[in-house]
Design a protein around this ligand. Sequence first.
Ligand code: MTE
Ligand code: MO
Length: 357
Amino acid sequence: MSNDTSGIEKPTPNDWFSIPEHGENSNAETRLAELEGYITPSSRFFVRSHNPTPTIDAASWHLRLYGDGLAEPMELDYAALQAMRQTEITRAIECAGNARAFFAEHYGQQAGGAQWHTGAIGVARWAGVRLRDVLENAGVTAHACDVLPVGLDHKAFARPLPITKAMADDTLIALRMNGERLPADHGFPARLVVSGWLGAASIKWLGEIQVSTQPLHTHWNTRDYTLAGPAYPPQPPADGIPITVMPVMSVIELDWNAELSAGTRTIRGRAFSGEGRVARVEYAVNDDPWRNATLEEPNIAAAGVRWVFSWTADPGEHVVRIRATDENGHVQPETVPWNDHGCLYNAIIAHTVRVTG
Ligand SMILES: Nc1nc2c(c(=O)[nH]1)N[C@H]1C(S)=C(S)[C@@H](COP(=O)(O)O)O[C@H]1N2
Ligand SMILES: [Mo]
């Protein structure tokens, strides 16, 4: 059933969310057309879970740290994490499968998985403890290589990350989202926020963290969330290239196949790069040349920027294209090579807009 969101706790009304085809009952994407402002309210933040939202009692919850990369195993409860130094960062979380539906548009064949349009991205203020502080308290050794956070959801979701990323300033064990305790659907009582990386790295409902002196592998960095297919060499034991940083991408804050009335219209959207700040956003209407959109403050690395342009819309069918460039000079491409899991579709998208007279 494609409209079933029974695995999500919060309301997912039609004016805030659309439900991707071939998703699980715990998937809902944000309708970007209904958003205002830089921060995505938690009530409207997309949900991408592989299992229904679990109910976790913070009073009896523990985070267990173990593995041969630590001096000794350790357990922390909710109060202990709250008592540690808290840091707040503003960051996007974007699913690696965001815009997967466009593989079908482009290649005439669906890539397997939830058919997201462009709403599997959101920006929030995340507050909590640096993962580095927790690892250092647990006596992380110089030989630590990989860190494996494990979720407490049914069929525990788990995806490793290298120790260097785990120790970064902006890798957090978040306890709060947008000034409130984490909502259940977004990982209560604690989730990881791995800045700039695919959403799948930001493990929700954290239960365990293994620290290993050896490289670690799970289904989620070997058989999914990889770039696999004819254009990509396998990296055994992975079927392709395990995805890390998210590429430069833009979204337009209009519904898919939007209808507008004729006149001077303000077109808005966002652009994002996992690697840094966005340097430029351009737009092109029909066959007109590319022009610069205006970037609005704030412009935060790995959280993105809002852009705007004014358009004199005449009645008829129009095609609007957006192209973002990040500060490292990476530009959204015209096409993205096919990959079997339908990940990292960041090509320029042709938005059809119907203008009525
Ligand atoms: N425990 C757990 N963590 C998880 C997931 C999951 O299914 N279980 N999904 C991941 C994926 S694929 C994404 S894109 C993000 C989505 O975060 P959100 O639901 O808060 O938007 O959570 C990640 N963390
Ligand atoms: Mo994801």
